[in-house]
Design a protein around this ligand. Structure first.
Ligand SMILES: NC(=O)c1ccc[n+]([C@@H]2O[C@H](COP(=O)([O-])OP(=O)(O)OC[C@H]3O[C@@H](n4cnc5c(N)ncnc54)[C@H](O)[C@@H]3O)[C@@H](O)[C@H]2O)c1
Length: 353
């Protein structure tokens, strides 16, 4: 069974998807849509020698094409809701890039409509497919009852995007939604309980303060500590700093149980396992996933994401990363941002009502 793809939004991430799909057998990209001429050229270049594509300015024209089975949506965050409303009028499968939406009402609408949609709806939270994360998950039973999870991301500032859409909260949903939904998704995946309370401190202290777009200075935060309490007493913490380029690792993940601890790093190929009883430290080599044929900007995770998505479509399985997971990941980001604004903890039960 061959699958025909259409890609909506062919900037940085859309082109990463194109390069992934080029290396996957029984897949063809037949069309792309992007209002920006330069981005359409990038797509044509990324497809050359492999796919002959039709180019559209308007994604609505692409969505009515009968020869397309799967849509990849990699347009800016604020456009996700309008594109999904049109997508739901079709029965096509879709990979919707993270964050699913920029606010709670839109997220709830996409979740509700996804339940009636004929095609498969998959959210692009691919960090879970990175080898160090997979390796950590595979060793979880060695550390006893999970008590604490700490994720640190220290990295470079947000890159420039087409039209500078990522400089303003109203376009992105805010930094903790836009980029940190990845880490909240990992917390939801790893901690075996429900989040109940979120408290956070953060601000825009260093980055983009000297930039102006249409006379406006960007308003996105560049550093934060977020703490999440879970129903069964576990705690998770995100330590984000976006003026910390050139470090050895971009992400450091530490998972502590009552019997031991697991630590891993991205990019990296080591998992450290400590055992309290023996006072032992073991270094486990993290092997690259041999299925990866295109590494991209995400260490091969977005390539694996496509393989898993195709497997779900072909074998009529439920999506591994569905809209509920997409929504849960943005809820924590939105709650953390509210906590920063109010200076108070946010109880999710109240927040969701
Ligand atoms: N999963 C990941 O790790 C990851 C990484 C980067 C970006 N992303 C997500 O991918 C999406 C795109 O981000 P990017 O970094 O490629 O941004 P980008 O600015 O490089 O590309 C976005 C493209 O979308 C186009 N566009 C704007 N409005 C459109 C519309 N209505 N229809 C079709 N195309 C439209 C723009 O012209 C541009 O070419 C965002 O949602 C972002 O959060 C995900």
């Amino acid at each position: 069974m061959k699958l025909n793809y259409g890609v909506i939004g062919t900037g940085m991430m859309g082109c990463e998807h194109i390069r992934n799909l080029k290396k996957i057998p029984d897949v063809s990209i037949v069309a792309i849509a992007d209002p920006n001429e330069e981005s359409r050229k990038w797509a044509r270049k990324a497809c050359e020698d492999k796919f002959k594509i039709r180019l559209y300015e308007d994604y609505k024209e692409l969505l009515v094409q009968k020869d397309i089975d799967v849509i990849v949506i990699a347009s800016p965050n604020f456009t996700h809701i309008e594109v999904m409303r049109e997508l739901f009028k079709t029965d096509k499968h879709v990979l919707l890039e993270k964050p699913m939406c920029t606010n709670l009402p839109d997220g709830l609408e996409v979740l509700r409509k996804s339940k009636e949609h004929k095609g498969l709806v998959w959210i692009g939270l691919e960090y879970r497919f990175m080898s160090p994360i997979q390796s950590l998950i595979n060793h979880i039973e060695k550390i006893g009852d999970i008590r604490m999870l700490s994720i640190r991301e220290h990295r470079f500032p947000f890159l420039k995007k087409v039209g500078n859409w990522n400089r303003f909260n109203e376009n992105t949903g805010g930094t903790l939604v836009e980029k940190c939904c990845h880490f909240f998704d990992l917390m939801n995946l790893i901690v075996p309980s429900k989040p109940v309370k979120v408290y956070a401190s953060g601000g825009q202290d260093v980055n983009h303060l000297d930039e102006k777009y249409d006379g406006k200075t960007p308003d996105i935060i560049d550093n934060s500590f977020v703490i999440i309490d879970y129903q069964d007493g576990q705690r998770a913490m995100l330590d984000l700093c976006m003026f910390a380029e050139a470090g050895k690792y971009e992400q450091e993940i530490v998972l502590t149980g009552d019997q031991g601890k697991l630590e891993t790093y991205i990019p990296g190929n080591e998992l450290l396992l400590t055992n309290r009883k023996n006072s032992s430290l073991e270094t486990i080599l993290v092997k690259d996933d041999p299925r990866v044929k295109e590494v991209g900007f995400h260490h091969g995770a977005s390539y694996i994401e496509h393989l898993e998505l195709i497997d779900c479509i072909k074998n009529k399985k439920k999506p591994l990363v569905d809209c509920q997971k997409g929504l849960d990941s943005i809820i924590l980001g939105l709650a953390a941002q509210e906590s920063i604004q109010t200076g108070s903890p946010v109880f999710l039960e109240n927040f969701l009502n």
